[in-house]
Ligand binder design. Sequence first.
Ligand code: NAP
Length: 297
Amino acid sequence: MTEKKLSVGFIGLGIMGQHMAGHILAAGHPLNIYNRTRAKGDALVARGAKWCDGPGAVAEASDITITIVGYPADVEQIYLSEGGLIAKARPGSVLIDMTTSSPALAAKIAQVALARGVSALDAPVSGGDIGAKAGKLAIMLGGDPESFERVLPVLELMGGNIALMGKAGAGQHTKMANQIAIASTMLAVAESISYADAAGLEPMQVLKVIGTGAASSFLLNGLGPKMVDEDFAPGFFIHHFVKDMTIALNEAERLGLDLPGLALARSLYLKLVDEGFGEEGTQALYRAYNAIHAEAR
Ligand code: NAP
């Protein structure tokens, strides 16, 4: 007899969510979906997903409900509002927030959910739209080990490297460590290309050489060529990265830590937002250096 698949709810069908939800559907789970803009669910509905009229309706219909929306404010509204996920979730079900959000909010959600007999895990991801499409995201979790084990087979449909990092909020703290590493690496990649260009080298050729040496990284090899080509289409929005760096800086301050690389990266990205580039991809940081170049020439 074939085992009955758990029903899964999925809220947030943007750049990341549409691929992640697609893998769950492809594995044969009944999928209940909701997104602020309905049209983004059309392709999944055409493949057999069931559209629900709000987060509460998704939770009522699902054994596991996954969210990957934009900002902590979106998460708070979806989980904690009247008629939201926690109010409507089936007792014994598991809620998983994969949005990059605040560790304190994750801890609060887990506590409120527990009081209703529902488990909530924070499970932010890394690997970008490419990792989401390939089902190869790194997934970092905070929450109780029993719920983690229960949802692991579903998480494995979206990611290759999945780790429980500690209690509620630990997944978001791990993601902040990730974003801090990315912030300074983005500066380094943009500066390296900018220097190569100013020195009269062919930047793409430089990337091909240094991309196999000690400077090699996912960002240098993946986003470096896009900087050279001035292809600033979003895989990861600048406005989302500014949100992440702001959460990380606030957490660092709370911990009594000074992180100058992170602060510098955030200030350059904020300038790009002010100039109207918040909807571009994070590789558009190169614009800041182009401008610096143009002034120097
Ligand atoms: P996105 O394309 O903006 O997707 C977010 C989706 O959530 C949108 O479709 C949005 O609806 C929906 N949404 C927002 N608030 C909602 C609400 N209250 N109710 C229902 N739906 C709501 O962003 P993304 O790139 O997929 O990123 C999603 C999250 O993952 C962000 O926190 C981001 O920082 C994080 N992340 C992104 C990447 C990446 O490379 N893109 C990598 C790792 C982590 P609309 O369609 O109406 O806008």
